[in-house]
Ligand binder design. Structure first.
Ligand code: 6GU
Length: 481
């Protein structure tokens, strides 16, 4: 594959003899030729520039010299060519464009790079070659900063393209997982030996040998990094590219995946003004956790008696109650350019709410460190003290699978892990969930809960069977947090 570079500083391109590109040239995979533009200058001083038409600072490169040079280089054979002109005014160079150029080269095209200096090349050069049959002109910038000329950009483009050509990189797999690769995410952190270095350890999950868990962890960290450093890239991910675990990671960053795109999400402790919003979301979600066959009248009665605004007002005033609320945010702390409906803010996840509550958690905190859960069935199987009860964790059904519940539960754990009872940190959190509700059991199991026993209780005439699950606080969850 043939690449030509025209420049007034041929020595600037010397690095193309080194490393990956140099080896590809030696192996005969790449034929790179560097040309000195001044070889086509006509005068004694080998002049290639002149003052800008219309006045102004600097110098502009002459079209006649460039025309002679490019005609000669392009005439060398009849193959179609991409004429690449590096300029800070060009389209943004990207991994996508690198892939495009690599494919074009593979299909038999040549690449000719015209490196300008000074204020650039007379614009008629690009205009003219764009109309020459078999020549495609691409004016390309490598970033939002100004260089002294196109040579460094030529090095960048040629290296990015060369490593995509067949045979240039030994391990083609390393092309798959890298930043700006097909996943549309930044690559996450990488580690090697020694396992402990200056007090810093290689994350335990990478030593687990559990390849599915490792892949999951890597994907999570890639998402973390993309959210933190390049949130604009998230806007280009379709909902179909984000699985349930991805959505959970995003939700923990305050981003909810919806059919309309990413929306800000806010999870916060509920306050005295939230009784009505909590009652509303509680009424909308309570039936979801009832076993099939529960009488609608019993559900209604329960909602009326226990999930009313008045009931939540009592909970909100109770120091033994910790309630978190998830709601749509109005803003997101990052800059999600390209993702409609979000605006930059001055920091903090989604300040202000813009709609009804999406879900909530309600935990009960013991008043004394030694207090037992209070239900004899549960007391016997939950030995940890002090132990909180996760009494409610509900998310509207339209957000099931969105990661919202995972984020809400993680926020509840973080909240509980930060609490003490008479100065003693909470050791664990327990919950009861319907024995037959496999979705809920799987959800809690994923979040680190383990079944320790069973309990029974009555709603109306129906006897309910729960499993009792416990999760220690202050440990890491499956996402490595
Ligand atoms: Cl391609 N050329 C120059 N001169 N400056 C640049 C650039 C190119 N890309 C970013 N800055």
């Amino acid at each position: 594959m043939r690449v030509d570079v025209v420049t007034i500083f041929p020595d600037y391109l010397a690095p193309l003899g080194l490393s990956l590109v140099g080896k590809a040239r030696q192996a005969g995979l790449l034929d790179i030729r560097i040309h000195d533009l001044r070889d086509w200058a006509e005068d004694r001083h080998r002049t290639v520039d002149d003052t800008p038409a219309g006045g102004g600072p600097g110098m502009v490169m002459r079209p006649d010299v460039w025309g002679a040079a490019l005609d000669a280089v392009l005439a060398d054979d009849g193959a179609p060519a991409v004429l690449l002109v590096p300029t800070p005014a060009g389209e943004q160079f990207s991994q996508r464009l690198a892939h495009d150029l690599a494919a074009t080269l593979e299909a038999g095209s040549r690449l000719v790079v015209a490196c300008g200096r000074y204020e650039g090349i007379d614009s008629r050069v690009a205009e003219h070659y764009a109309s020459v049959p078999g020549v495609a002109v691409r004016e390309v910038s490598i970033g939002d900063y100004v260089l002294g000329g196109g040579e460094v950009a030529a090095l960048v483009v040629i290296e990015a393209v060369a490593r995509l050509l067949p045979g240039v990189i030994g391990n083609a797999e390393s092309l798959v997982e890298e930043s700006h690769g097909l996943a549309g995410l930044l690559e996450g952190p990488v580690y090697t030996r020694p396992l402990a270095w200056r007090g810093l350890e290689v994350p335990a999950v990478l030593r687990s040998g559990d390849h599915a868990r490792i892949a999951r962890w890597r994907r999570g960290r890639a998402l973390d990094r993309t959210v933190e450093r390049r949130p604009d890239m998230l806007g280009r991910l379709g909902p179909g590219q984000l699985d349930r675990a991805d959505r959970a990671v995003l939700a923990q960053h305050g981003l909810l995946v919806t059919p309309e795109g990413l929306r800000p999400l806010r999870i916060r402790p509920a306050g005295p003004d939230d009784a009505a919003a909590l009652a509303e979301v509680a009424a909308a979600t309570f039936a979801l956790a009832c076993p099939p066959g529960t009488e609608p009248a019993d559900i209604e009665a329960f909602v009326r008696d226990h999930l009313s605004p008045e009931a939540f007002a009592v909970h909100l005033a109770d120091p033994g109650c910790a309630i978190l609320l998830a709601e749509p945010g109005t803003t997101w702390s990052g800059d999600l350019a390209g993702s409609a409906g979000t605006t930059a803010s001055d920091g903090g996840d989604g300040t202000g709410s813009s709609g009804p509550a999406l879900g909530y958690t309600l935990a009960r905190i013991p008043l004394h460190p030694d207090d037992a859960p209070g239900d004899p069935d549960v007391d016997a199987v939950v030995p940890q003290r002090p132990v909180a009860e996760l009494s409610k964790c509900y998310v509207r059904s339209e957000h099931h699978g969105s990661g919202l519940a995972d984020a809400l539960l993680a926020a509840a754990h973080a909240d509980l892990a930060g609490r003490t009872v008479d100065g003693v940190p909470l050791a664990a959190v327990w919950l009861g969930t319907n024995r037959g509700n496999r979705r809920a059991r799987r959800f809690y199991a994923r979040a680190g809960y383990r079944v320790v026993g069973a309990r029974r209780f009555r709603v109306g005439a129906v006897l309910h069977h729960d499993v009792v699950m416990v999760r220690p606080l202050g440990t890491v969850d499956a996402a490595g947090r």
